[in-house]
Design a protein around this ligand. Structure first.
Ligand code: ATP
Ligand code: MN
Length: 438
């Protein structure tokens, strides 16, 4: 097949314009647009349609001579419209299309399971059950357009700092960070697991690639049903040789500020749709120590001892008094995974941090151990069997540079940017203990 033929195949619908590319300067011009009918109103001998495609919405006027095309049409049907651009008296439009013909490309049943225009509110379960249709709701579409821009911004930020994008296995033979909340599966008669994070692989990649990042889904059998946990979530991970935790905190901070700036500039319509204003946070982000967090909690009658983890209820209290982005540093070493480096001046503390937004943890990171003997003893301390980590530990004998990194929950970041509480709203097909379909 020649290229020319392929080109004309692609144009089999003879579509001339995306709706956003129609301009008042085109008045008098014949155009062909494809989309779906959002609304239909009959007024005397004329019918007014609003037709939407992913880029925008247009008013289509159907005069008497074209009425015959309307017989089979209903809201949400997919159509191809051929017509002339003309001036309009409508308040919401600067021009309209005077339809010469309307072709039905796909029917939509009635009633639909949800009202995609959002005039009738549907609960989240009904919307998730009809997710594809829910994307015709402009608020929902706005979330995923913002997500697209956020991802583009993250890739741009990291590539700009010479990070190389990698993809690590999601099917793994041994538990990478201990056994809890791992999904296991049968792999040709052997036990395998779904990866919880790219931790060990990304560390190994610093041997040859120095600075790496990955944006992928990871899996955790989270039994608790919360608005911030899913069984399948998207993580943005980095690992960088010749950096420590403070270096990678700076990278995280500038990445977040860039995402806000990029999304704010590139998603004007989407912000209007969601009725939000996305403003970049001021930096540097505030930084508190774990000990200061305990003090703050003590002031609010919560008594915790050094070494106690901050549970949901504690983070909620912290979030009441600390809004916006802030880091928590100087965590007790024993609360952190085996691969985290202790502080040089106080080995009970760790070279690690969490990035918070109010009560919500967005990211954890730190300087990694790179002495295999130390890693082995930390594994044992945490009740893990070093022999299960033999493949990983071998890599530390091949010239593993000192390194640091973090993992950032993309879905939690998206919920933060869009000012939405429930993480399920910002994931197309969320997976939790009760939801495996669609
Ligand atoms: P939490 O304590 O909130 O369950 P965590 O400390 O177990 O999180 P990490 O292992 O530090 O999570 O993972 C790094 C980041 O990945 C988290 O800060 C969070 O943003 C995100 N994340 C982790 N688990 C989930 C999950 N089940 N659903 C959504 N995002 C998650
Ligand atoms: Mn964490």
């Amino acid at each position: 097949m020649s290229l020319k033929k392929r080109g004309s195949d692609f144009l089999q619908f003879n579509k001339t314009h995306d709706i956003e590319d129609l301009k008042p300067s085109m008045i008098g011009q014949e155009v062909i647009c494809c989309g779906w009918i959002e609304d239909m109103r009959k007024l005397g001998k004329m019918t007014f349609l609003t037709v939407r495609d992913v880029t925008g919405i247009a008013q289509v006027i159907v005069k008497e001579e074209a009425q015959k095309y309307l017989e089979e049409l209903a809201r949400q049907c997919v159509v191809r419209i051929k017509g002339k651009v003309q001036e309009t008296k409508a308040k919401d439009f600067v021009f309209e299309i005077n339809a010469q013909s309307i072709e039905l490309l796909a029917k939509a049943i009635h009633p639909l399971p949800i009202d995609p225009i959002g005039r009738l509110e549907s609960n989240i379960d009904n919307r998730l059950n009809a997710r594809a249709l829910d994307l015709r709701n402009q608020k929902t579409a706005a979330i995923f357009k913002i997500r697209h821009h956020a991802l583009a911004s993250i890739r741009k930020s990291l590539a700009g700092k010479k990070f190389i994008e990698i993809t690590t296995p999601k099917i793994i033979g041994s538990a990478s960070e201990g056994g809890a909340n791992l999904f296991s599966l049968d792999y040709f008669g052997k036990q395998a697991y779904l990866a919880q994070s790219p931790q060990l692989y990304k560390e190994q990649m610093t041997i040859g690639l120095e600075r790496v990042f990955e944006i992928s889904t990871f899996y955790r059998a989270e039994k608790s049903h919360t608005v911030r946990h899913l069984s399948e979530f998207t993580s943005v991970d980095i690992e960088a040789a010749f950096m420590d935790y403070t270096d990678v905190m700076n990278i995280l901070e500038s990445l977040i500020v860039n995402v806000y700036n990029d999304v704010s500039a590139n998603c004007k319509k989407e912000q209007e749709e969601l009725e939000i204003k996305i403003d970049a946070p001021s930096s540097p982000f505030e930084c508190i120590t774990y000990a200061q967090a305990l003090e703050l909690l003590q002031k609010h009658d919560v008594k915790l001892n050094f070494g106690d983890d901050l549970q949901d209820a504690h983070l909620r209290i912290l979030g009441k008094y600390r809004s916006g982005f802030y880091f928590i540093v100087d965590w007790p070493l024993k609360l952190k995974p085996f691969y985290i480096h202790e502080k040089d001046d106080d080995p009970t503390l760790s070279k690690s941090f969490d990035l918070q937004y109010g009560y919500l943890e967005l990211s954890s990171g730190g300087t990694r151990l790179h002495n295999p003997e130390k890693i082995k003893s930390r594994l044992k301390e945490q009740g893990l069997d070093p022999s299960k980590f033999a493949d990983h530990l071998r890599a530390f004998e091949w010239g593993m540079p000192p390194h640091a990194g973090w993992g950032l929950g993309l879905d939690r970041l998206m919920a933060t940017i869009t000012k939405i509480d429930n993480i399920r709203e910002v994931v197309l097909y969320p997976r939790d203990s009760e939801r495996l379909a669609p």
